[in-house]
Design a protein. Sequence first.
Length: 294
Amino acid sequence: MTWRQATREEIYAYYADEFPSYVDQMPSFITPAGPKQYALAFRESHPVRKDEVPAKDFIRRDTRQTNASGEHTHCEFDEFEDIVEFIRYPAQNDPLGRSTFALADPALLDKPNPCPDAVYYALDHWERPWILLVDIDAKTIARERAERVIADDVDNRDTEGFLDAAGIREAPPTGYPYAFEDVDRAIEYGFEVRDIFENDFDAEETMVMYSGQGVHVYLLDTDLAHRYDTKSREVLNDLLLDTYGIPIDPVVTADRRRVARLPYSLHADVCSIVQPIDSPNFDVRTATPEFIDS
């Protein structure tokens, strides 16, 4: 098994034919107007209507509009099908509409339809006090493994050849800054974090999400007594990093304004479907979209 980058045509096909079948399986907190924003990343920058504004390769779009008093005036997406259409054809379905900051009119461009290389939603939420996410990336695990393999060359750890010297780029999936064993280890770490949430924090609602190149671990309890504010998140980072030695990205845990990959979206860099998983023995090959087998 190896990985590759999805083509533009394959991405369009996935969001047209396969992604809609997953909509009913979305976690309950991901609704059309629950997350404060949805976001798209493009492989190539796409122009916006306002001439002096540079082309964008990443856009965020609010799910609700508010007035000067902070009151909600209307929702930008009424149904999840509206979000599906925004993902498929973001320029035609841009929530900013005819605003000068909307994506440019496809009819006026040589490359009319930007292709969403990645789809995200905001962890900041209109209807919940928080969504707490811990990110564990296979790239981090691979780099730590390389440092152990090449212990006498740690001064060159940031060079292009560091992972090559450790044999990581040559291992399947060839050319990536990690090996499949690093992805598997990230998944194992993810379930260790879930157990910590449930055993140490008495969490009742947790979820492990395969992210394409690692895992996202969610703590979803909304009991206000826990108060997962900035200080609490810093304490959690210290616990996971220092006490348990789990290689998380502490910035993601601390910042509730971050975006995360949308469940069942396509990680186009590896042709893999982001999805909740139930076991540390999850086989990443089962996350392969249908177009790979066609």
